[in-house]
Each structure stands twice: as C-alpha cells, then as structure tokens.
Design a protein around this ligand. Structure first.
Ligand code: PMP
Length: 500
C-alpha cells in the first residue's frame, strides 16, 4: 500500500499539453483537418505514447493548440470515441480508454495505466499555473510580461561564442565532486568583489541555483522541519522543499526587507531549522534588504543559532548603486549558506550556479550531487570559467545594466500612463521585477486566463504567496519595448473588465 499524498500536495495536469506543441494539422493538405487530427491522435494511442487512462487537455485548450475550431475537434474526437479509443468522463474530461481491447492472451495480467504511478513519486508536481507558464513560454506570439530571465537579445551570444572558441576543448571528462577547480577558483575571485571570502574548497558548482536549493532541501533538512522565509517568495513557486517534507513559515516584509522582529517568535514557535532569504532584488518584490536589517537579521538568528540560506541570484544586477554586502560577507561563524548563479545575467541555459558554505556542508551536498548527476556539464563549467576569468562577465554586466535601466524606465512610463487608477508599485533598484499591487483584490486565476486569451502571459502573485489576490510580478527584462507598449495597456483593460 502506498502512502497517501499529504493533503497539500498539488495535483498535476495532463501531460498531453506538452506533447501537443509538436504538431498541428496542415490546412493545405487535401485531407480534412478533423481526419488529420483523428489520425494523429490514433497513432499516439496505438503506439502507447498516450497510454490508457491519460487525460486529454480540455477541448478549448486543444483547439487553441491545434489552431482549429470546436466543431473540427469534436468531429475528430467523435471518430476516436466510436472506435473505443477515448472516453468522456463526467467532470473528468476526456481520457484515453483505460484498458485497450488489443487481443491480449487470456489470463495475461493487464497493465492498468500509468496514472496510478504519475502522482506517486516523492517529488511534487509543479503548481498547475507554473506548469502552464513553463509550457506557454515556448508558444510563439505570446507577450511574456513576467518572465524571470533576460530576453535572448540581452544575453551575450556573440561573446559566449568567442569564449568557446578561445582555446581547444579539453576531453570533457567528468569533473571532481565539487566541480571544476578552475571554475571554483574563478567563482572565488568573483565572490570577493561582493565581500565574500571563500576558498574553492568552500564552493560547490551546481546546475543552477535551483539545484542548490534542491540539494540543501534533500541533504540538510529533516522531513517535517520548518524554514522561515519572506512572504511572498520565489520559493513558494517551486516544490523543492515541500517535496523533501519541509514546511514553510512566511514572514512579512516592508520596503526595507524581511521584518526581523518576527523572526524570534516564529523560529521558536515552529522550531525552525533554517531561514531562507533573497536580500537583494527580492523575487518577486524587487525589494533590497537595508544594511541595518541585514545586521539585525544576523544578530537575531545568531542568538537563536539559526542557519541562513541566502539566495544571491540577482545581487549583481544592481541598476542604481550596489546593494549592501551580502549576509555571507557578515558571517564569521560559517552559519550562512550562499547561493549564486550565472543565470540571471549571463546565461540561464548554461545551468551554472554555486553554493558557498562550510567545507563539511559543501562535501555533504557534493556527495548528493554526485549521486544525482555526477556534476554539472563539463562544457558549461569550462565556458563559465573562461567567461569569468576572461573579464567577459564584468564587461557584459555593465552593458546589461544600461539596457535594463532603459527597459525599467520604459515600463515605469507605461505604468504611469495606464495603471495609476488601478495599482501602485515601487521603483526597483535592480533585478528584473516590478511588483504591481492592485488597488482591488481579484481572482488571479481568472485574470491569468483572460490575459492569455488576449495573448499575454502573466506571473500572478498567487504563485509566490498562495493566498495573494492583488499582485502581479511584471518583468522589464523579457518583453520587448514594442511588446510592452502593446501588452501593458491591454492588461490594464483586462484588469478593468475583471473589476466590474
Ligand atoms: N533563486 C531565485 C530567487 C530565482 O529567481 C531563481 C530563478 N528564477 C533561482 C534561484 C534559480 O535560478 P537558476 O537555477 O537558473 O540558477
């Protein structure tokens, strides 16, 4: 008997949605669209790619993805239903028929369906809204108003090409457990610029900061333990910690960052095991924790003996002036684990991040990493080491900051023109995000769907705080100025319609 899912476990959605993008019927073909669709679906079902019991995406979604009208789709589905390949379930949508009559030998044990397995692994599925965003980000034509990465045009493709061509490639063997030593030395030098002293032996190279979070959740925190964190937080939008059985206790923030006066009571009440924070250019609010708050956070958590996980994903992306030194730079006890990444400035696809911490912790996490993937890609590590060592990073950051400043300014002008009656916002001093605070609460899922129908992809506040109903995370890093000048007025219109 498998254990029941914890009641807070989010449900997954149909895998069809992902499969579907690969194909659409061809209007130029002599074969009618519905025949093309039924033939495609039939091939998927008879090959087992769409196994018995698999739920198809809702009809409206299928129509959108296939680019056909409802009656074409219904005709195609009707053919499949007549052949017993799919079945409608009341309230459960359409599924591939649970057990296909395929002439199996009598007495053979019939394989039920994969659905019994899909929800059983230890890792939680993403929130359905996050799954939808992850998928929709690859659909052409949508204006991505909240995407948390720089637009491809802001990424240093040409410089990266030079970096890779700068010398012969080594054999690209596995790297040592902590990651390539040349990259760790380069990261160590880079960290020094922000005031963090860390030997290469205190640095673990990870496949992005996200893997750092995952390793810490799996390797350092007992199931049932609690971590304190800002609310809202990026961490609510992923399930790395919940999947490891770790609970969250969210603390309020103001413009100066996490309200440290809540830490002691909450840490004692929940017997917290760790505090997670994004002190610089917080995701999603853009807030920078001020110097005094950082000091007080270190003192209070020091008194409680509470370790800190500092996420520095955006700290180098200051636009006006550098933020106060990271918490790790104030740490004399080895109490702070610090995460960094190349994703936000240089390349999200390189998948290079790092964890800085005391050597035994780093070795423990490296051991888990070795069991997970034998290390980040050695080609990526090579590129990253050359990128940092060759001074490309520093140079690129200066250019990127200039471009982000212009984009921030442009977005602020549009907000001023179209959102003053609807929302308030602060001017972020760095990072990518403007946390739009709507004057009136509204059903954010409904707003998401309405915006999508108008070609706008939103990151709504409920991804970062489940109870939220009045925020949107806007990003000036991704959509082009032209897209923003179409998308933001359209969004304002949709918000107005949803208020009334
Ligand atoms: N931390 C924060 C605060 C982030 O916003 C992100 C990316 N959205 C990550 C970590 C993970 O980034 P990556 O794995 O690409 O380094």
């Amino acid at each position: 008997m498998r254990p029941e899912h914890p009641s807070n476990r989010p449900a997954s959605t149909s895998p069809l949605a992902d499969t579907q993008r690969e194909w659409a019927p061809d209007p130029a073909s002599p074969l009618p669209l519905h025949r093309q669709i039924s033939a495609f679906f039939m091939a998927k079902i008879s090959s087992g790619a769409w196994p018995p019991g698999m739920r198809l995406a809702p009809q409206r979604e299928l129509c959108r993805q296939l680019g056909v009208n409802r009656s074409t789709l219904v005709t195609a589905l009707g053919v499949l239903a007549d052949q017993g390949l799919i079945e409608g379930r009341r309230g459960g949508g359409t599924r591939v028929t649970a057990v296909q009559a395929d002439g199996k030998a009598e007495g053979a044990k019939l394989f039920g369906n994969w659905n019994d397995y899909l929800e059983e692994g230890t890792h939680y599925p993403n929130l359905p809204a996050v799954q939808a965003i992850n998928r929709l980000e690859y659909e052409p034509g949508l204006i991505r108003l909240g995407t948390g990465e720089p637009a491809p045009g802001l990424l240093p493709g040409a410089a990266m090409t030079r970096v890779l061509a700068a010398g012969p490639l080594p054999p690209l063997s596995y790297e040592e457990p902590l990651g390539s030593s040349s990259l760790r030395r380069a990261v160590s030098r880079e960290l020094l610029k922000s005031g963090i002293t860390a030997d290469p032996a205190s640095i673990l190279i990870t496949s992005g900061a996200l893997q750092g979070l995952q390793l810490i959740a799996l390797g350092l925190l007992p199931r049932g333990s609690t971590i304190l964190l800002e609310k809202p937080s990026y961490l609510y939008s992923i399930h790395a910690f919940q999947s490891a059985g770790v609970k969250f206790s969210g603390l309020p923030m103001d413009q100066g960052g996490l309200l440290t006066r809540h830490i002691a009571t909450e840490a004692l009440r929940t017997k917290a095991a760790m505090l997670y924070t994004i002190p610089s250019f917080h995701n999603p609010t853009g807030i920078v924790m001020d110097r005094e708050r950082r000091q007080s956070l270190m003192e209070i958590t020091g008194g409680l003996g509470l370790p800190i996980l500092e996420d520095g994903a955006y700290q180098e992306l200051w636009l006006d002036s550098p933020p106060p030194p990271p918490l790790k730079a104030l740490d004399r006890e080895g109490r702070v684990l610090h995460l960094g990444t190349l994703s936000k400035a240089a390349s999200p696809g390189l998948r290079i991040g790092w964890i800085v911490g005391p050597e035994p912790v780093i070795r423990r996490l490296a051991d888990i990493k070795m069991q997970t993937d034998y290390g980040a890609s050695s080609l990526s590590q090579l590129a990253a080491a050359r990128w940092l060592d060759g001074g490309y990073h520093e140079e690129h950051l200066m250019v990127l900051r200039g471009k982000l400043r212009e984009r921030r300014e442009f977005m602020l002008q549009l907000l001023q023109a179209h959102f003053t009656e609807l929302a308030t916002w602060s001017i972020p001093a760095g990072g990518f995000y403007i946390w739009l605070s709507l004057h009136q609460p509204m059903p954010l899922r409904r707003l998401f769907t309405a915006a999508l129908q108008a070609g706008l992809l939103l990151n709504t506040g409920d991804l970062y705080d489940r109870g939220d109903s009045r925020h949107l995370r806007l990003s000036y890093a991704y959509a082009s100025p032209e897209e923003l000048s179409r998308g933001l007025p359209a969004l304002a219109g949709i918000i107005k319609q949803n208020i009334n």
